[in-house]
Ligand binder design. Structure first.
Ligand SMILES: CC(=O)N[C@H]1[C@@H](OP(=O)(O)OP(=O)(O)OC[C@H]2O[C@@H](n3ccc(=O)[nH]c3=O)[C@H](O)[C@@H]2O)O[C@H](CO)[C@@H](O)[C@@H]1O
Ligand SMILES: C=C(OP(=O)(O)O)C(=O)O
Length: 509
């Protein structure tokens, strides 16, 4: 191995070890070597055999050091145990991906504090690296520093990484000001059925962007003489489309009005970040945004995204399904109010602390303690709505909660073609879930959970729902191929273990 390669791997190992909160001595013990050997490895001064690399990968359970194709990750869950203690909600995937794209608007240095260290972020970091953006995790933290080059090298974009996320579509808004011709791979992400990009393309046309889709790529042509002449009215109140238009408007040296904008949590985080870049925005948290952009943005800026309401809901569902009292700290209350009101209607009890503020200085947080007790099915069907409504990504957790409640719960996912279908995977662990049509399921509770081996559905939230059901199922379950879960949750298995769960992460040899 060349020296630079060794130094790079050493740096990755050091970062992954620190991230796990391990000392060099502790890692050395797991590897059966000395602390000084670990120090040499981290400095890039030690040749590494494949065997040692595999052991380090195992010990740190990190994709960063499992080189090449390390094979899918699986979880082995010993269920039927109650959870206890407290857990902190991490910052959100959806704000993280928007902010990573928004960093492209800034010629200066962007530091994102406490970013979720998840696979979705890793894929975008790979994409950013491939086009020449320098990023690094600051020591002993989850703070990410981003420094763009003078010109992006878009021709070298990492197509494989880009295709694994939908986020790449949000490069359009930031890029259209500086690049007149470029191509981006088609957006991927969870397999939730067709997800339209038409609202993005329609809205960005106001900024002179024309996109044709050919052979797996969006071919973009941007005419900088075209600027919005009237309010941009979104045809649907989508989160990423609002973000794309906000990012285009941020560098438009004039005023852009966006109507039918999503006021959802990740959009608010993006607005607060853009304000730090010097962009003035009126109407944050409403469906009409007025953006006063800046032709050039060159500032050194720091931003802390807010906590993830979907992770908060996932942890509430973990408590409900295991009938446990746990405290969930840093719950972004304004983005989960309707979910809590729905749970109130199902007879759930919980305590909330007074509100305090997230590190972004804006988002209101509480600590929530669950109180175990029987639940009953809601009177009406549960369906999501764009914010302020029951969050679309929180809907799957209500299938799980419906499965422990007495009676039948109707879940109506009008949004995604495929997501409700994946909820029928819960039948493999004993739930009675009936698919009425591709958008509606009826769940009959309560459930006598049973352990099973299941391949993780190819969608993040349904995957987590099955994992949480396995926590409730007495015996040993296996959930295979959990990449989609790691796409959106940081160290979920380990963090549930800190509450008393027994989940082992393993890979095939
Ligand atoms: C990175 C990110 O932030 N992802 C979130 C974002 O994705 P994103 O903003 O990309 O969501 P999409 O644009 O795919 O919208 C989701 C679906 O909702 C439909 N739709 C949406 C709004 C509306 O007013 N009417 C309507 O019909 C769309 O046609 C689509 O079928 O929003 C989704 C819906 O909240 C969430 O599941 C995703 O986690
Ligand atoms: C559908 C989701 O996200 P994405 O837009 O990243 O696919 C999700 O977070 O559940």
């Amino acid at each position: 191995m060349t020296q630079t390669y060794l130094t790079r791997i050493g740096g990755l190992i050091r970062d992954a070890r620190r991230h796990k909160g391990m000392t060099q001595a502790e890692l050395a013990e797991l590897l059966g070597t000395s602390q000084s050997a670990v120090a040499r490895i981290e400095q890039g001064k030690q040749n590494l055999s494949l065997d040692t690399l595999a052991k380090i990968g195992d010990a740190l359970d990190s994709e960063f050091v499992s080189l090449g194709h390390s094979g899918p990750q699986h979880l082995r869950i010993v269920g039927g145990q109650k959870l206890s203690g407290s857990i902190e909600v991490k910052t959100s995937k959806n704000a993280a991906v928007a902010l990573l794209c928004a960093s492209l608007l800034n010629r200066g240095r962007t530091t994102l504090r406490n970013l979720a260290r998840i696979e979705e972020v890793n894929r975008i970091l790979e994409v950013l690296a491939s086009i020449g953006v320098r990023t690094r995790w600051l020591p002993d933290s989850s703070d990410l520093e981003i420094i763009p080059p003078a010109r992006l090298n878009l021709a070298d974009i990492d197509v494989a990484a880009a295709r694994r996320t939908r986020t790449v579509i949000m490069f359009l808004g930031p890029l259209l000001h500086d690049y007149s011709e470029f191509r981006l791979p088609y957006a991927g992400g969870c397999d939730l059925g067709t997800r339209t990009v038409e609202p993005h393309l329609a809205a960005l046309r106001s900024f002179g962007l024309e996109v044709t889709a050919t052979h797996g790529f969006y071919e973009a042509h941007s005419d900088r003489s075209v600027n919005p002449t009237r309010a941009i009215v979104l045809t649907e109140r989508g989160d990423t489309v609002t973000e794309n238009v906000l990012m285009a408007a941020a560098r438009h040296q004039g005023t852009t009005v966006i109507r039918n904008a999503s006021p959802n949590y990740m959009v608010q985080d993006l607005c607060f970040f853009l304000e730090k870049l010097g962009v003035r925005i009126e109407g944050i948290g409403t469906t009409t945004l007025t953006v006063h952009g800046r032709g050039e943005i060159d500032v050194d800026v720091e931003y802390s995204p807010s906590e993830d309401p979907i992770e908060a809901m996932s942890l509430i569902a973990a408590a409900v399904v295991t009938d446990s009292a746990i405290t969930i700290r840093r719950v972004p209350i304004e983005f989960i109010e309707i979910e809590l009101a729905t749970l109130d209607g199902m007879g759930m009890k919980y305590d909330l602390t007074p509100e305090y503020t997230s590190a972004n200085g804006k988002t209101r947080l509480v600590d929530l303690t669950t109180i175990p007790g029987p639940l009953h099915a809601p009177t009406d069907k549960i369906h999501p709505m764009p914010f302020p409504g029951l969050n679309i990504d929180n809907l799957p957790f209500f299938a799980l909660i419906g499965a422990v409640a007495q009676g039948s719960t109707m879940i109506h996912d009008w949004v995604y073609e495929n997501r409700a279908i994946y909820l029928t995977e819960l039948t493999k662990v004993g739930a009675r879930v009936q698919l009425l049509d591709p958008h509606r399921v009826i769940v009959e509770g309560p459930t006598k959970w049973r352990a099973a081996e299941v391949v993780c559905p190819p969608a993040l939230r349904p995957g987590v729902v099955v994992l949480l059901a396995m926590l409730a199922a007495p015996g040993t379950s296996v959930l295979r191929n959990v990449y989609v879960i790691n796409r959106g949750y940081e160290d979920l298995a380990e963090r549930l273990n800190s509450l008393g769960a027994t989940i082992e992460v393993f890979r095939d040899i």
